[in-house]
Design a binder for this molecule. Structure first.
Ligand SMILES: Nc1ncnc2c1ncn2[C@@H]1O[C@H](COP(=O)(O)OP(=O)(O)OP(=O)(O)O)[C@@H](O)[C@H]1O
Ligand SMILES: [Mg+2]
Length: 412
C-alpha cells in the first residue's frame, strides 16, 4: 500500500474553476491598469521624507540641545511632548540622520520605539534591546538584570550616547521608572530623549527620576489646516502621478485631519486610502467623495480596533451599555444611567463567573469610552436626590451592529 487514496473531485470543483478564472481576471486587470500611485511607500508611516516643513524652530531647538555631543560633551536630557501625528518621531529621526552626516565622532545614538512588542515590556527586554544595539545578543531569559546593566555600561564605556525612548510612557507604564533612574544616574555619559503624547507624563515620575531626567522640554503644537495642506501637497507630489488630485481634495483632506487634532498621519492615511479606493473603482482622479468613503472606513477601522484591544472588563462594560440600549428603544438616542450599567455589568460577570470590579472602577472604564469618543455622558441634577449620570452611545447604527458582532464573539 502506498497510502494514496483515489477519490473523485467534488462537483463544486467545476464552480471553483470559474472562481479561479475570476481571480485571474482581477489580477490581470490590475496589472494592465495604470496606477495612480507613483510611489505608494511615500505615504506609509515609516517613510522618512527628505524635507520636514513647519517644524523649523523645533528642529533648531532640538539640534542645538544635542549638538554638544559633536565636541564630546554630554547633551542635556530632553523631553518632547505633542499630540498624535504632530511630527515628533519624524523630526527626531530626521535630526539623527543629519547628525550622522556631520561626523563619525566617538558617540552613538540609539532609537527605541517603546510601543513595539517585546521591546520594553520588562526591564530584561529593554536592556537586551540596548545591548543588541551594541552588537551583543542576550538569550531571552536566564541572566540577572544586574549583569545586563553591567554589560551595558561596559559597552557604553566612556562614549557619549543619546538614547531616544519614543513613546516613553509605554515603557514606564510597563516597567516603572526605576530603569530610567538607573540609566540616567549612571556614571556614564548617557543622554536621554523621551518622546510622549502625554504632557503630564513627567509629573507621574518619582521626583528623583524627574529631576535627573527632565532637563529640557519642548512641546510640538498640532498642525493647523494650512500646515497640513502643505504637508499633504509635499508628500502627494512624490506619491501620486501628476493630475490625479485637485486642490479641493487636498483642502478637504487637510480640513478633516485638522479636526483630528492636527494629525499629519491621519491626513496621509486618508489620502492614501482615498487613492486606493479610486484605483479600485478604475477611476483616474481622486475626488472628494472618495475621501469621504476613506474617512468613514478609517473611522470604522479605528473604533473596531480599539474595542478589540480593550481589556475584558472594559469590553463587558461596553456590552452592558449595548444590551441596555437594545432592551430599551433599540439603537436610537437612548439615555442610560450609569447605575443601570453597573447592574447589567454585574449580571454579566455573574453569568460568566468572573469577579466584578468596583462601581468606581467601572465609572473609570466608562470615562475611557468617553475619551475615545464612543459614548457621551451628561450629568443631570435630580434635585434633592442628588445627581445622575447618563450615557449615550455616540456611533452610527451600522457601526453599532459591527460592535455588537465583535462583542458577541468575545469569550470572557
Ligand atoms: N512636518 C512634516 N513634514 C512632512 N511630513 C510630516 C511632517 N510631520 C509629520 N509628517 C508625517 O506625518 C506622519 C506622522 O508623523 P510622526 O510619526 O512624526 O508623528 P508623531 O508626533 O510621532 O505621532 P505619535 O505621537 O502618534 O507617534 C508621518 O508619516 C510623518 O512622516
Ligand atoms: Mg511618534
Amino acid at each position: 500500500m502506498t497510502g494514496l487514496v483515489s477519490f473523485e473531485l467534488p462537483s463544486e470543483t467545476m464552480a471553483d474553476k470559474t472562481v479561479d478564472n475570476k481571480i485571474q481576471e482581477i489580477f490581470s486587470n490590475y496589472l494592465s491598469k495604470q496606477s495612480l500611485f507613483k510611489n505608494r511607500e511615500v505615504l506609509s508611516t515609516n517613510f522618512l521624507p527628505n524635507i520636514i516643513i513647519h517644524r523649523d524652530s523645533e528642529i533648531q531647538t532640538v539640534s542645538s540641545i544635542i549638538a554638544p555631543i559633536l565636541k564630546g560633551y554630554k547633551p542635556s536630557n530632553l523631553f518632547i511632548y505633542g499630540g498624535i501625528g504632530c511630527g515628533k518621531t519624524v523630526t527626531i529621526k530626521y535630526i539623527l540622520e543629519q547628525l550622522s552626516k556631520i561626523s563619525n565622532g566617538n558617540y552613538k545614538t540609539v532609537y527605541i520605539n517603546c510601543k513595539m512588542k517585546k521591546v520594553s515590556d520588562t526591564e530584561y527586554r529593554i536592556l537586551s534591546q540596548l545591548l543588541k544595539e551594541f552588537g551583543l545578543l542576550v538569550p531571552e531569559t536566564g541572566i540577572s538584570t544586574n549583569i545586563l546593566y553591567k554589560k551595558f555600561f561596559e559597552c557604553v564605556d566612556g562614549q557619549n550616547i543619546i538614547i531616544i525612548f519614543d513613546e516613553i510612557d509605554a515603557l514606564v507604564n510597563k516597567i516603572g521608572d526605576e530603569f530610567l533612574y538607573n540609566i540616567s544616574r549612571s556614571e556614564q555619559n548617557i543622554s536621554i530623549i523621551g518622546i510622549t503624547n502625554n504632557i503630564s507624563f513627567a509629573d507621574r515620575l518619582d521626583p528623583r527620576v524627574k529631576s535627573s531626567l527632565v532637563e529640557e522640554e519642548i512641546i510640538f503644537k498640532p498642525y493647523n489646516a494650512q500646515q497640513l495642506k502643505d504637508i499633504i501637497t509635499l508628500r502627494t507630489a512624490e506619491a501620486f502621478d501628476e493630475d490625479c488630485l485637485d486642490e479641493s481634495v487636498i483642502n478637504k483632506c487637510a480640513a478633516l485631519a485638522a479636526q483630528e487634532h492636527g494629525d499629519a498621519r491621519r491626513a496621509l492615511e486618508l489620502i492614501r486610502v482615498a487613492g486606493e479606493i479610486t484605483e479600485r473603482l478604475g477611476e483616474t482622479r481622486i475626488k472628494e467623495e472618495h475621501l469621504d468613503v476613506a474617512n468613514d472606513r478609517i473611522n470604522t477601522d479605528k473604533i473596531v480596533e480599539t474595542i478589540k484591544s480593550q481589556p475584558r472588563h472594559s469590553q463587558m462594560v461596553l456590552e452592558s451599555i449595548m444590551s441596555l440600549k437594545k432592551a430599551s428603544k433599540g439603537w436610537q438616542d437612548t439615555r442610560i444611567l450609569t447605575g443601570e450599567i453597573y447592574r447589567q455589568y454585574n449580571n454579566l460577570c455573574e453569568k460568566n463567573t468572573i469577579k466584578s470590579l468596583t462601581q468606581r472602577r467601572v465609572c473609570d472604564l466608562i470615562n475611557e469610552y468617553e475619551n475615545i469618543g464612543i459614548i457621551n455622558t451628561r450629568t443631570a441634577s435630580r434635585g434633592r436626590h442628588g445627581k445622575i449620570r447618563e450615557v449615550v452611545l455616540n456611533i452610527e447604527d451600522d457601526m453599532l451592529k459591527k460592535i455588537d458582532n465583535i462583542l458577541t464573539k468575545v469569550a470572557y
